[in-house]
Write a protein that binds this ligand. Structure first.
Ligand SMILES: Cc1ncc(COP(=O)(O)O)c(C=O)c1O
Length: 438
């Protein structure tokens, strides 16, 4: 939308629907309704020549208001949202409110009041995941979800498991521990990304997925460089030889729009404190209904062979405030909308990557095609190690990133989230140019 058009459009919606362009602190607290009002006014406006999602993706006024709904540091630019995401204020406030309530009489408010919210929450998470409510349990993070699966599977000495050189270390270590303790055999796929096409990735897995393989571990979105693996195609190979699949969805849940069944996952784990922006220490485990009874829980339950997914929630006393505030994170996610969120993250990645990629000393080392990456992307500047580049971005420009040197991946990982605006990325672009030229 041209800027004059946008100005008149903004005036129109501000007067027509009385939407404040700058929400007050209180309006930020109930920000989700502001988002939906703004979006629906946008959808109705006749000035848009294209779909309103396409226009909203580029509407910095809208995204500045989203930014104001977080309490992020105005000084430090956080471009490591891949590590863990901040929570919008509505989520922080819900958590604090529930926590204060629990402290009035913990055993009453936790176990008799807030605990009543667990089943409705399970239903809502299942809806986002595209599964039955009877297949998802609420846990603390991806590590707990996937280690519950890895250690709960009935594998025996000599059973073969396919893993990959770019799996997350906690998962790789869990598999190595099983190999050490139980004598299972690990077959490691070697990926060299972004230099391999999807066909070559599938081919590399195909070589390891022999008829005697029992489990194939698939990292849906590789944390090191943001590459999206063709999970369903790999899962189809596994299923063809009777193997089961575990999908690590730490980075794809509420980031990409894929539902869990579309990934070909028999077992799945994710963290809700990443792309959903739920409180720190929230995660989800998915187990296909018919496989629940044969998977042992990590923390014992009365009937370990039960087919009730709740057997994976036997954690003992924990914070119910954290768990219940996942509900506000879901509201916030739905208010923006999964399609708009993914499109905006894609747009932000393309915005900075396109601006630096032709510099002779800068390399964008992630495949930026929308089918193969979204928000996470790696950059490398000639003459700097990844650690040096990360440290200069921080000390000289107060830009927080993460430096990656793992397997065959080297660079600084840049990860915006929905509260990052183009002005923030202009700061990154100028910092990268300046370091490349110094
Ligand atoms: C691919 C992948 N798997 C698993 C994890 C572990 O997540 P958590 O620390 O939330 O358990 C991460 C964390 O970044 C990850 O990137």
């Amino acid at each position: 939308m041209k800027s004059t058009l946008r100005r008149s459009f903004l005036r129109k919606i501000a007067t027509a629907s009385a939407i404040p362009l700058v929400p007050s602190f209180l309006q930020q607290a109930s920000g989700t309704s502001w988002i939906t009002d703004y979006k629906s006014a946008y959808a109705k406006t006749p000035v848009s020549q294209t779909s309103h999602v396409e226009d909203l993706v580029k509407d910095e006024t809208f995204w500045y208001q989203i930014k104001n709904m977080y309490g992020c540091s105005p000084g430090l630019l956080n471009l490591n949202n891949g590590g863990v995401s901040p929570q919008p204020l509505v989520v922080q406030e819900a958590f604090e409110r529930y926590n204060r309530l629990c402290n009035e009489a913990p055993s009453y408010y936790m176990w008799r009041v807030l605990d009543q919210g667990r089943e409705p929450l399970r239903n809502r998470l299942a809806e986002l995941a595209g599964t039955s409510s009877e297949e998802v349990a609420i846990v603390r993070n991806t590590s707990e979800a996937l280690e519950t699966i890895i250690f709960g599977l009935r594998l025996e000495k000599g059973d073969k498991v396919v893993v990959c050189n770019l799996d997350y270390p906690n998962m790789a270590n869990a598999w190595k521990q099983r190999a050490h303790r139980d004598g299972i055999i690990l077959k490691e796929v070697q990926l060299d990304l972004p230099n391999m096409s999807n066909d070559q990735v599938v081919e590399a897995f195909a070589k390891q997925i022999t008829n005697d393989v029992k489990i194939v571990h698939i990292t849906h979105l590789v944390n090191w460089n943001g590459h999206i693996l063709p999970s369903k195609r790999i899962a189809d190979l596994a299923h063809a030889v009777g193997a089961k699949t575990i999908v690590d969805g730490a980075h794809s849940f509420a980031h990409l729009q894929d539902k869990i069944p579309a990934l070909g996952a028999d077992y799945y784990g994710t963290s809700l404190h990443k792309w959903l922006c739920a409180p720190f220490g929230t995660g989800l485990i998915y187990v296909k209904k018919e496989l629940i009874s044969e998977l042992y829980p990590l923390l014992a339950s009365p009937d370990p062979e039960s087919d009730d997914i709740r057997k994976f929630e036997n954690l003992g006393t924990r914070s119910f405030a954290i768990e219940q505030a996942i509900g506000q994170a879901l509201d916030f996610h739905y208010a923006i909308g999964g399609a708009l969120k993914q499109a905006r993250l894609q747009y932000l990645k393309e915005y900075w990557a396109l601006a630096v990629k032709d510099h002779p000393r800068i390399q964008v080392r992630t495949d930026t095609h929308p089918d193969r990456s979204c928000a996470l992307c790696i950059v490398y500047v000639d003459g700097y190690t990844a650690a040096d580049l990360g440290s200069r971005l921080h000390t000289d420009f107060k830009i927080h990133t993460t430096s990656i040197e793992y397997s065959n991946v080297e660079g600084v990982r840049i990860t915006p989230h929905v509260y990052i605006v183009k002005d923030d990325l202009d700061r990154l672009i100028s910092a990268l140019h300046s370091l490349a030229e110094s």
